[in-house]
Ligand binder design. Structure first.
Ligand code: TMP
Length: 258
């Protein structure tokens, strides 16, 4: 067996060389970190669920014309993606005050914002991903003016679509993080949506009870992390009825093969 070449290992995912030039394999781990990796843990089965949830959301976004890196899911934990040059900016879209926004400005968590806010954070672990403005992005050349226009435009479209998608299953999309990348066609580059969309990088609250169905369960030691991720997958129609979990299916297959 030949060993695949690992390109990059992040906190929750590993990227391997893909089967064709310009492709990569994105592997979803069960590892979870919070507060710039000061808190570490594992959420058993998270990778399987995030692979599936991200596949679903990226496919739907592709259908409405948002260009993404997603090509296809390969197996329980892996998907084939287009290789991109990641723009070193985390784009956070907020509809409701929570997390660092609530803390920074002393807002009550759960306050509906009068308008959607887009924030940018410079991706640098050593600096703890600081909040930056478009002025900083332009000044240091992290993305061009034109790229920032495309990024903000896509972020709003993704927010509109996802807010509706989740509202349809009684979930409030409080906030979420996106990452974008550049792909090159000859001398031109364009921006496409990259990374993942999963409960790791979204705040998702049940609309009736305000129960948290996302990584805040891990960040805040609330417990029931995997159940929350499963609940999101179940509401999106990704867990077949009669099977308790995606994990059970994986275990079932493994045991059958023994
Ligand atoms: P924040 O309130 O902690 O700034 O987070 C805003 C959103 O971005 C929230 O949905 C979680 C997500 N996020 C990430 O995906 N990665 C990160 O490193 C951080 C800080 C937040």
């Amino acid at each position: 067996m030949t060993r695949r070449r690992q390109i990059y290992e992040g906190k929750a995912k590993i990227l391997y060389e893909g089967p064709e030039p310009g492709t990569l394999i994105q592997y979803f781990k069960d590892d979870a970190t919070a507060f710039n990796a000061q808190k570490k843990g594992t959420i058993s089965g998270k990778g399987v669920l995030n692979n599936r949830i991200s596949e679903h959301v990226f496919t739907l976004l592709g259908n409405i014309g948002v260009p993404t890196h997603f090509i296809r899911r390969l197996n329980m934990r892996e998907q084939l993606i287009r290789q991109v040059e990641i723009v070193p900016i985390e784009v956070v879209i907020r509809n409701v005050a929570a997390g660092s926004l609530a803390k920074r400005l002393g807002l009550e968590e759960g306050l509906q914002l009068p308008r959607t806010i887009i924030e940018y954070y410079y991706k640098d672990d050593a600096l703890g991903d600081p909040l930056v403005s478009e002025e900083h992005i332009a000044c240091f050349g992290w993305a061009s003016q034109e790229e920032m226009h495309d990024i903000a435009d896509m972020a709003i479209r993704v927010n509109d679509f996802m807010s509706g998608l989740f509202a349809g299953v009684n979930v409030r999309l409080v906030d979420f993080k996106l990452e974008f990348g550049r792909v090159y066609d000859n001398d031109y580059s364009r921006i496409i949506l990259a990374d993942e969309i999963s409960p790791d990088g979204c705040r998702l609250w049940d609309m009736t009870t305000n129960e948290k169905l996302d990584k805040d369960r891990f960040r805040q030691d609330l417990g029931g992390e995997v159940e929350a991720y499963q609940e999101i997958a179940r509401r999106l129609g990704l867990l077949p009825e009669g099977e308790n979990t995606v994990l059970d299916m994986a275990e079932h297959r493994k045991n059958r093969g023994k």
